[in-house]
Design a protein around this ligand. Sequence first.
Ligand code: GLC
Length: 535
Amino acid sequence: MQESQKTYLWWQTGVVYQIYPRSFQDSNSDGVGDLRGIIQRLDYLQWLGIDAVWLSPIYPSPMADYGYDISDYRGVHPLFGSETDFDELLQAVHGRGMKLILDLVPNHTSDQHPWFLESRSSRDNPKRDWYIWCDPLPDGSVPNNWLSVFGGPAWEWDETTQQYYYHAFLKEQPDLNWRNPEVQQAMLDVMRFWLDKGVDGFRVDVMWHMIKDEQFRDNPVNPDYQAHMATYEQLLPVYSTDQPEVHTIVRQMRSVLDSYDERMMIGEIYLPIQKLVTYYGIDGKGAHLPFNFQLLSLPWDARQIASAIDQYEGALPPNGWPNWVLGNHDQPRITSRVGMQQARVAAMLLLTLRGTPTIYYGDEICMRDVPIPFEEVQDPQGLNMPDKNLSRDPARTPMQWDGSPNAGFTDVKPWLRLAANYSRENVAVQRDNDLSMLTLYRRLIDLRRNEPALQVGTYTPVYSDMNLVAFKREAEGHDSFLIVLNLSHRPGYFRPQHFPFTGTVAIATYPESEGVSVSDTLNLSGDEGVIIRLQ
Ligand code: GLC
């Protein structure tokens, strides 16, 4: 069947936008963003052309890891609002024809979750086996060499019951034992709770961590470790992550979603392509979208990016739908990684590749990583490894809405400091500027939405030059597009052999190129990207 005749679902055709709720919009003057704030800003998201909103966790939490340590899976943290606020938000999102995706954190709970409080209360508590408890080695030391992602050992000694518990992240985030069927049922019930309310899907936190080796074997040493890396990377997490049994769990989650109408699941998975694609599951019954993080982990180099795109396209299982990401709340922002000019090229890449794009809030106005003075660092990853510049705070600063005090985010001191340049770089300023990043994002989203070739069409790579990424997008019966992106600052010459073409530039990172007729060759400026409507 031709691509353009198939039926596509919302999570395939749409553009996803990630909101970090603490930093989007404060509505009650406490310096922290909240659900009512998000409601106030939905018009903006609709204007931008967003189809689905993913919220980082909004549940009750002691906030040891800023909401990724949940103490009640069915509630709303008072900082973010009430359950009524949530219902209103959901209704308001749906009222605009958009979808709402929640973060689901099934790998671990907070150490304050009633399940863990019970589990740690005694060895014979019925919930003891809901978490991962192990005896010390005969010399009293930790059960194996596994390390915490946030630094230090992954085992915490419990004085009362004289055993260690496992935590892949903070000691305040004990890992659940997903081999226990009661744990499985409890978390599937959590999913049903939100799905019954009408939530459209989940972004599942650290999906590849969910099951660990049954024998708790030591992880091997990473021969490529270097001192500047996080201490976690000293070992290869061969036995603590990506175990074969995880796929049975993912399949269970999927079958819950499939018992509803058109719900979906994104998996957070940092793995190489060949392993990543296994999370689509046998017969495509795994995650709908295992997050593809290549654009945020690879060096910004045209050859490496082009070949990674092709490898990914080639590795996808039948009917596996691709997806792309430039940033999230755990990674340096794209503008800080590749610079302002290349961030425009990156936006063009994100929104013209085949597959669902996810935009991290603020990237559309080229927000940068904000330097946070040591005494203001909040992120535990930054606090635990202070000499390694690993804090995630710089990419989590408040959204820059306008030039008023505190950028229109709040009217009091924000929880994390704002970028110094917010009065220059903000939504209000960029909205009225035809040449701004925001205008570029909006136009790219609009073109994608209106052109089946870009939204759902085929992808064909075209090789021409070491510094360019070029590809064609086509859908039967619709206009075709050629996208050529110069990932370098130097001029780039696109002279593909055996690929004659004629067309007009529809969108370019430099306005001078737009509307220009081109054929067979292109002379691109440094940092230039063009989308050509082919004749
Ligand atoms: C995921 C989240 C990250 C969090 C970690 C532990 O990687 O994206 O923010 O710290 O899981 O829950």
